[in-house]
Design a protein around this ligand. Structure first.
Ligand code: ZN
Length: 310
């Protein structure tokens, strides 16, 4: 997501708006979800936040350890506890100097990308910084990158996306894609957005479709072409139409990720009007679970380390 988003649907919350490594492709394990117990004796599932923007929550030089210590803003009855996540850096002006020092808590990883809204101003020094960071063994994925049809310069966006995807073969890292269509034209963005990955990436490439909002035929098409494509769902599901809900239902449980997209898309389920943080992943899980009948919140343990973190 991105500040100044044109479509109101993606700018909920006080501010407007993916990774892994070699374990990224090993998406499913048969082991049961890790369960912790609170003092109350109630079971709590551990969850990963598949997508948040640390730099936009806390500033350029923030660390994950500092974010973790923010006051908890999750609902008291949340069944999930944050145990890791994906701190996305896609603002070239705010790239961290040292990935390891920034992502300083086990379970958290950082991808590097260029948000489609920044491609028009992506300058030569930023490009050099990107090249160094994306090749670092500590950078676990390429993203977020993609196409935003609500923003200007779609031709330039496609040109940069092609450049980034072609280069990704050298790094062999998972790709986090944002394919954002105009309201009512979400499917079109996913269909058109498949062309470049099809031309540039191998079939087994792990891909995360960030803030997914497509229909069931989009899910089927991407799964056919890229069996290791994952769909991330956020608080946006709260405003899904029937077509999008069918899309959510069509995603295999082991390809479904939860994302807060913090600081954007604040879930207003229990606590209204607060800044979103990864701590609120339990609220996103509750929202998503409403539309995945007969699935339960328990399914979301596919977010565990096997996908995005080691
Ligand atoms: Zn984002």
């Amino acid at each position: 997501m991105e500040e100044g988003s044109a479509s109101g649907q993606q700018t909920k919350g006080p501010m407007p708006s993916t990774s892994g490594n070699e374990t990224y492709s090993a998406a499913v394990t048969k082991s049961p979800p890790k369960v912790a117990r609170k003092d109350t004796g109630r079971k709590v599932l551990e969850a990963l936040d598949g997508h948040f923007h640390l730099d936009r929550i806390m500033g350029k030089s923030a660390k994950v350890s500092e974010m973790i210590q923010m006051p908890l803003r999750q609902a008291h009855d949340s069944q999930m506890r944050l145990s890791g996540g994906v701190a996305v850096f896609c603002d070239p002006a705010k790239y961290p100097h040292h990935i390891l020092q920034t992502v300083d808590v086990p379970g958290f990883v950082a991808p590097i990308g260029v948000h489609p809204r920044h491609v028009l101003s992506w300058n030569a020094p930023q490009k050099e910084a990107f090249k160094i960071l994306v090749r670092s063994p500590h950078t676990k994925a390429l993203g977020e990158i993609g196409l935003d049809f609500t923003a200007k310069g779609i031709k330039k966006q496609e040109e940069v996306l092609q450049y980034l995807l072609r280069g990704s073969a050298d790094t062999a890292k998972p790709v986090i894609l944002q394919l954002r269509g105009r309201k009512g034209h979400e499917d079109e963005a996913y269909h058109r957005g498949l062309n470049l990955p099809e031309a540039c990436l191998p079939r087994e490439q792990p891909i995360q479709l960030h803030c997914f909002s497509g229909g069931a035929d989009v899910v089927a098409r991407w799964q056919r072409r890229f069996p290791n494509s994952y769909m991330g769902f956020s608080d946006l599901v709260d405003s899904f139409n029937e077509h999008q809900k069918r899309g959510l239902e069509a995603v295999p449980a082991n390809r479904l990720l939860l994302e807060t997209d913090a600081p954007y898309l604040t879930p207003n389920l229990y606590i209204k009007g607060r800044v979103n943080t990864p701590h609120r992943i339990g609220e996103v899980a509750t929202l998503v679970s409403q539309f995945t009948v007969p699935r339960t919140v328990g399914y979301f343990y596919c977010l565990r380390r096997q996908f995005l973190c080691n």
